[in-house]
Design a protein around this ligand. Sequence first.
Ligand code: 5GP
Length: 140
Amino acid sequence: MGDGPSIFTKIIQGEIPCHKVYEDDLVFAFLDINPLSPGHTLVIPKEPARTLDDLSDESAQAVGRVLPRISKAVLKATGASEFNVIQNNGPNAFQSVFHVHFHIVPKMEDGRGLSIPFKSSPIDHDDAAQLSSSIRDLLD
Ligand code: 5GP
């Protein structure tokens, strides 16, 4: 978690090679070096925000605008018809590169792709009412 440019900034700047799939003024996308399945793609803002909550609206809009289009191309190129988009923030939330990135992970028919034993439990409606109200207030 150093303070210098992230490895992804170096990739954007061409200092580290990558298999680039997309670039515009605000967004860059390339294949993950350690893919969960063929075509596993990372879509990143050029803005060097460390986590999603620090990203500007402008960059967020630019990434959101192209995610569906890049996903569609990844699916077509890999022959997959299903996929996951994963976005990790913080070391305990499985983030290892501290530059915002969205993983597009094709789910192949043979099972390759994301497999998570999601650990969930039923919602507590009293807690949920309070929480949703606080989040709404903070978004106002
Ligand atoms: P995170 O765990 O932070 O959500 O995901 C970081 C991803 O970046 C990992 O899937 C890892 O394989 C990928 N990655 C790390 N270093 C490089 C690199 O130098 N080049 C590429 N193409 N991917 C990288």
